[in-house]
Design a protein around this ligand. Sequence first.
Ligand code: SF4
Ligand code: SF4
Ligand SMILES: [Zn+2]
Length: 275
Amino acid sequence: MKIEVLKLSDEKGRFLLRETSSAFVNAIRRSAMAEVPKMAVDYINVYDNTSSLYDEILASRIGLIPLTADLNSFRLPEECECGGEGCLSCQVSLTLTAEGPKMVYSGDLFSMDPSIQPSFPDIPIVKLADGQRVMIEAVARLGKGKKHAKWQPAVACAYKNMPKITIKDCDRCGRCIDECPKQLLSLNKELKVKDLMECSLCGLCEKACALGAIEVGVEEDAFIFVVESDGSMPVVDLMIRSAEELEKKVLELKEDLESIQKDAGVAEIGQRRRT
Ligand code: SF4
Ligand code: SF4
Ligand SMILES: [Zn+2]
């Protein structure tokens, strides 16, 4: 597989993947959305809440605040030596104490671990009227997107085949130009596509051409892959971890198959496949 970086920042990435298949690109996408661990508030202890929001709504809002974290310093609760009870290796407390009148923001959360902070300090949590109070302990733990959306580090992750537009025997009537919703077609000496990657493959230009001079297709083994992080980790880290999680699964499968082969022998594996 060949990768070409089209656009890359901490928040967004756009890549052109060549010499691969849609199954593999989709596996990377699913891994980024569902398998990459991320830190998020799992539950809250409410000591005081006289705001207009129920405790459950506060918990939901705080849970969805993306948190930055040094992921190598923490373990998933289910893989921790404490057995998921909660210890310094698998969870961190953040406290929130505020009194109105004021708007309480994500930046008002105070973390016991400096590496764990809200990715954005200006996410509104609750508006407190005069005299209203909140006093909360929020417990953050690592988790995966397949369990809950709050642990999903990729807010957008999608791909499409690389468009391929063929123009042949065009009489330059220009009819197709107005049909393109993205205004990608231009006519000077000949009909041209300005930015092929922006083509949505809607096929309207093809339909507009009475001569069949324009044909919209795709490159079967090339994909434009777009990913956006929620701010909990840079896009590059997200993609690397997505590949690592996929690699882990493949290695687990390999180990399982090797152990079956060792226990039962190759002949018996053949038997199992037939039954
Ligand atoms: S397929 Fe749609 S988006 Fe692409 S060039 Fe034709 S009209 Fe424009
Ligand atoms: S592709 Fe078809 S519709 Fe478009 S300019 Fe050529 S002949 Fe006209
Ligand atoms: Zn633990």
